[in-house]
Design a protein around this ligand. Structure first.
Ligand code: ZN
Length: 224
């Protein structure tokens, strides 16, 4: 099945494929890009386009089978950002409205992204934990991010907080909810009405976050 799409030439430096709300496909390309190059790229991105067409209202699927090639998307704080692999030599990940890595690091892309997400994640989460702990009037002992599977966070009676590093991919209101949920367990060890009332005082829209997790949990379970 071939896809029909509109090509718009512009001053941009890279090719971008957009699936519009009416499900039409627009490809924005740098001036002078030959038609066959556009065809080729669209062909390579077919799976992504179909996915996008089928999941217009939802976040598109992001799987573990990422190849770390230019044009792929990675989710961060609930948004999808495009990956660019450049020939320039540098370490780690540069985030500048796109994710940029050096082609030299492509073989270890998964590791460098994991460590980038973890190092950003611990900062974002620590700040939020401090904020909500103060508001809830609770004291915690330590925070760490780990490789939890099928869980977003946990909290021991002693106040040791553990969060799944992948939650940094979720929108901020979801991260807030996960943190408030775990901290509220320092007051209530169960999921009683009192517990949910405590959560609701900090996060009046916590149901929205719970629903987001129900619908998009699969995206979070994958590494990227
Ligand atoms: Zn709980």
């Amino acid at each position: 099945m071939s896809l029909s799409y509109q090509v718009i030439y512009s001053k941009r430096k890279t090719l971008g494929i957009f699936v519009e709300r009416d499900k039409s496909i627009v490809v924005r390309v740098p001036e002078g890009t030959p038609k066959h190059t556009v065809d080729e790229v669209v062909n390579q991105k077919k799976a992504w386009i179909y996915d996008k067409l089928g999941h217009q209202q939802k976040y598109h699927r992001i799987s573990d089978s990422k190849e770390f090639i230019s044009g792929e998307y990675l989710m961060y704080l609930g948004e999808n950002y495009q990956l660019k692999v450049t020939p320039k030599k540098f370490d780690g990940v540069v985030f500048d409205n796109d994710f940029i890595i050096s082609v030299h690091n492509k073989p270890k892309a998964k590791e460098i992204f994991k460590s980038w997400f973890k190092s950003i994640g611990i900062k974002v989460i620590s700040n939020k934990v401090d904020y909500y702990a103060t508001h809830l009037g609770v004291k915690y002992k330590s925070i760490k991010l780990s490789e939890m599977k099928y869980r977003w966070g946990s909290c021991t009676v002693a106040g040791v907080l553990t969060f799944n590093w992948r939650i940094i991919k979720a929108p901020v209101f979801v991260i807030d909810y996960i943190i408030v949920h775990e901290l509220a367990h320092l007051i209530h060890l169960n999921h009683s009405n009192d517990f949910w009332n405590t959560v609701a005082i900090q996060q009046p829209n916590f149901e929205k976050a719970k629903n987001w997790l129900k619908e998009n949990g699969k995206i979070l379970e994958a590494d990227f």
